[in-house]
Design a protein around this ligand. Sequence first.
Ligand code: UD1
Ligand code: CA
Length: 463
Amino acid sequence: MNTLVMSDLHVVVLGAGKGTRMKSDRPKVLHRVGGIPMIEHVLRTIQPLNPVSATVVVGHMANMLRAALAGWPGLQFALQEPQAGTAHALLQTKRLLEGKAGCVVLLSGDVPLLRTTTIEKLVKVHRQTGAAATILTAIVEQPYGYGRIVKRHGEILRIVEEKDAAPAERRIREVNSGIYAFDLAPLFQGLKQVGTANAQGEYYLTDLVAVYRRERRRIATLPCDDASEIRGINSRAELAEVSRIVNQQRNEALMASGVTLEDPATIYVGPDVAVGPDTVIHPGVHLEGKTTIGSACEIHAGVRIVDSHLADGVTIRNFCVITNARIEGGARVGPFAHIRPESGVGPGAHIGNFVELKKAIIGAGAKANHLTYLGDVTVGAKANVGAGTITCNYDGERKHQTVIEAGAFIGSGTELVAPVRVGRDAYVAAGSTITEDVPPGSLAIARGRQVNKAGWADKRKGS
Ligand code: UD1
Ligand code: CA
């Protein structure tokens, strides 16, 4: 569908409800599905449609929701206070939308699996039929909890909510998705006629059907091809089920693009993560944020990578945490390494077990293989950092820089008291505490001299 057709399209997303069944202190629509708040799935779905306006109705913990969505450009907010039902929620957009031409698509912040193509189809059908309201429905096996579409001779009569439904109505399997297209012209006068005579004493948007029938306006329904798209999240159990579907869809797309996932049900890859072909991901791996992984990488079990870049052919061994870092081609990290923000591991470099990097730039082919803390440091190409080396980068007030130049050799158990520089190809003897720069090519020994006292042990025993 072209943008011309969408040119007088407005979108409203409902997110004001408390979500009582979640038993949560946070707004329901901020609970995460597949790594991002569920309402952001909805916002992503509408983005390609380029609507004239997009409005989120906020209410319960409105400020928290507003703040969470502050990064979305052009988003408007309408406040619903108190949260008196879905019709009342939509009515709060009157100030923003009344008098505008065209139609509004109403989406629910708790229905995150909906596809853009489904919204496009809804708008298309809405325009073709000339209806005042078009309701997206679905035929489901388990209609429990949804509003039921009551029809006679194929024509919709009303929507009845679970709590208000008679036993025969509860058997109806066509349900309301909570997603609609409305012509703006009659909408707000219609909403004002909705009352609260129902089990929950709320202004139900679904009652607009009855209002429009009285006014002899046309109401169309469109059954969704894939009923799973309209699944709503009202409880933690549904949150887990929908998350599983999102994860499965994501992982299927990754596998289709040439990535091997061992035991995909345990692997979580966020929506903004890219992974190159022939990369193998082992069980229990989480890839989050804006992470890019090259091709032919191997990421072993239990690894978490956030906002990081891995070039091609990188190996991450078991149980590493990598945040906001770059790992260049052919490098090897782990097991049990912690790569903290603003670190970079150069091509072919090796970072081994129980090594922590923080603002550490490790040169090509350099090695730090065991039990080491490298913070605020640059390590030159092919340098070797021995086991148990520590950069003493913090004096209690400020952080200081350590430089280890190319080819340098840092003996095991060395403390580098920053600011300090170890020159090119220099050696530091094991167990040194280095407080002064080491000139290129020299050997620094900075440790207490060993004294051997002959016969001391025997004398102590008094023999
Ligand atoms: C609603 C529909 C139901 C449909 C189902 C689909 C009504 C009365 N019922 O029921 O027919 O089958 O969705 O998922 O519309 N909200 C507000 N303000 C409020 C109340 C709710 O903004 O005062 C928002 C919620 O944050 C949520 C959405 O509206 O995003 C739906 O509310 P919810 O209480 O979950 O409605 P359901 O009982 O699921
Ligand atoms: Ca719901």
